[in-house]
Design a protein around this ligand. Structure first.
Ligand code: ATP
Ligand code: MG
Length: 569
């Protein structure tokens, strides 16, 4: 591509709303432009990168027997009502009506559509297993679209769905997927971790996420520093504490005035106790009303763990107005003693003695609280969020490390969640009808490209891993208008083309400094600089974007080695 003919609208300034470096650089490098919140146009340079990601994904899906399909983006409401997700998915689902007032949605994911096809077409165990995938636009009306294409509302996803006759078959596929995903992200040049994950609204029984470690990540990943246990913090298990023998004499329950002392910090100072002697009562709301979760004063409750313990459809922190209107107790003084709602306690709370809680009246706390004597919990479970330094639940030696991560891929074993509700059955070898066992597997295409930038950039711009680079080489003449340089550039361009290398030839009548700045911003792995002095000696300069190291090579013979250099760059 000749730069003068290309459409690469680079910018000096970052957009004011861009919080993360990948968003800034994708806009500055002329890869994307925003149309509306979370909705982006992909410009030529951006599309070249997305196509690279797609191609790697496609090859890895094909390698494990995936067959590519292309499903409609608009889906009828009936299918979602059948699976039960029309209600459950909430506001993230973009709903629309056609001219006959029929309800549809813009697909945020495609389990319903593919299950509908498979239940019509597949009848026998002989036709299973089956793996289909597509690479397609999704729409999710995200509460907080941000970070450019990393959390867009309209975005490209690879979604794969598999159908099986038995448990062993889906497990085999799951292992193949883990391998295919690891290959994909390795080939994209990413430093990633595979972690255990919660299954969320997609549902199902078992899942892993692929996390690109980066400070800008929206997720927190906890992993053991001694064994290979790694999990999304949403799911990371806490080690169950050993029972603590009670003191010889347990204190009596005592109500103490604590005027205006609402936070754990206020109460610890006022009563001169440590946060580990306080039990926090967190009020959450689910489809059945309000519930209370108890964690130690120095801990945060993990709503995902509590949701899974209760087994409810949804759960979130209740708004303060709802809590006070229902309980008539001001927030900051709520406690579990004789509280009129279901109480769920963290394991750590169950081994505490003589602790402090809110007293369910304004300006008062209880001291000397005892777990079973004073508090009737519906259930005790693992409810707190793990922190850096906590002991690993899986091995004896390890401690948790916690780092930020960008979720680029997610794989699930769905079991029969969709096949049961949507009656996707097959006949087994005894002629008996069974629901198919399913798996589903997603990769965010744009998010993967953005994550690559988060991990590979400097203050000058992007540093593309060669497999994702929009062009692998940029040819930069000192002065294109000068005859011998122009001839050398065109020859280099031709030879590189014959070697199958995507090359950008900067033929613009710009100052050399401008050309270098743009080459660095665009992040092209190798620059070939063609100037009069070197040419006289039959040489040209090549410079690596990543290391900044330059070297002279013979022209044109040295160009034959460029494919090799790219492999190592
Ligand atoms: P998140 O927790 O980030 O919202 P999710 O669990 O909703 O992700 P999945 O439904 O598993 O995501 O989707 C599969 C993949 O699609 C994700 O791993 C991610 O790479 C990508 N993805 C999901 N939501 C978005 C989005 N809003 N913008 C860009 N990519 C996304
Ligand atoms: Mg989501």
């Amino acid at each position: 591509m000749y730069y003068s003919k290309s459409f690469i609208p680079t910018l000096k300034q970052s957009p004011t709303d861009a919080e993360v470096v990948s968003h800034k650089l994708m806009v500055r490098a002329g890869m994307i432009r925003q149309l509306a919140a979370g909705i982006y146009s992909i410009l030529p340079l951006g599309l070249r990168v997305l196509k690279k990601v797609e191609q790697i994904i496609r090859e890895e899906m094909d390698r494990i027997g995936g067959q590519e399909v292309f499903l409609p983006s608009i889906q009828p409401a009936e299918l979602w009502q059948e699976s039960g997700r029309w209600e459950l998915y909430g506001k993230e689902l973009m709903r629309l009506q056609d001219r006959h007032d029929r309800e549809f949605c813009y697909g945020p994911t495609h389990e319903e559509v593919i299950t509908d096809i498979i239940r019509r077409e597949i009848k026998s165990y002989r036709q299973l297993p089956l793996l289909t995938y597509q690479i397609q636009t999704k729409f999710r009306d995200e509460v907080r679209p941000r970070f450019g294409v990393m959390r867009g509302r309209e975005f490209m996803m690879k979604d794969a769905y598999s159908f099986h006759a038995d448990e062993t078959s889906v497990q085999d596929m799951y292992e193949n997927m883990k391998q295919a995903y690891s290959n994909t992200f390795r080939r994209c040049g990413l430093d990633f971790k595979m972690v255990e994950a919660d299954s969320g609204t997609i549902g199902g029984s078992f899942s892993h996420e692929f996390m690109v470690l980066a400070d800008s990540g929206e997720d927190a990943v906890a992993f053991c520093d001694a064994c290979d246990y790694a999990s999304n913090v949403e799911k990371a298990a806490a080690r169950i504490p050993a029972p603590v023998p009670p003191p010889k004499k347990l204190d009596d329950l005592k109500k103490i005035p604590t005027p205006g002392k609402k936070s754990v910090e206020d109460v610890t100072k006022f009563l001169k106790v440590s946060p580990q002697q306080i039990v926090k009562t967190i009020i959450l709301e689910n489809e059945n009303g309000l519930v209370a979760g108890l964690v130690r004063g120095d801990r945060q409750i993990n709503p995902v763990k509590l949701k899974n313990l209760i087994g409810c459809d949804w759960l979130h922190h209740a708004p303060e107005s709802l809590i006070t209107s229902k309980t008539k107790i001001p927030c900051g003084f709520i406690g579990p003693v004789k509280l009129d709602m279901k109480v769920y306690a963290d394991h750590e709370v169950a081994v505490m003695h003589n602790f402090v809680t809110g007293a369910n009246t304004k300006d008062a706390h209880y001291t000397g609280v005892q777990f079973e004597r004073d508090i009737k919990a519906a259930q005790v479970g693992d409810l707190h969020e793990v922190q850096e330094g906590d002991p690993c639940p899986k091995c004896d030696k390890g401690r948790y490390q916690v780092k930020r991560g960008i979720e680029v891929g997610h794989i699930f074993i769905l079991g029969t969640k969709y096949s049961s509700s949507m009656k996707a059955n097959f006949l087994d070898e005894h002629g008996k009808e069974n629901p198919m066992i399913m798996g589903c597997y997603g990769i965010g295409v744009g998010r993967t490209a953005a994550a690559a930038i988060e991990q590979n950039h400097d203050d000058k711009g992007i540093i593309w891993p060669a497999p994702l680079a929009p062009f692998q080489v940029v040819v930069i003449p000192v002065k294109f208008e000068e005859h011998s340089q122009r001839a050398a550039c065109e020859e280099a361009y031709k030879i590189l083309g014959e070697l199958g290398i995507e090359t950008l030839l900067d033929d613009r009548p710009e100052r050399l400094g401008v050309k270098f700045k743009d080459a660095e911003l665009l992040g092209i792995p190798l620059q070939i600089i063609i100037g009069p002095k070197n040419l006289e000696n039959g040489q040209i300069e090549i410079k690596s974007r990543k290391t900044g190291v330059s070297e002279l090579i013979d022209f044109p013979a040295g160009l034959q080695d460029i494919p090799n250099r790219l492999k190592n760059s």
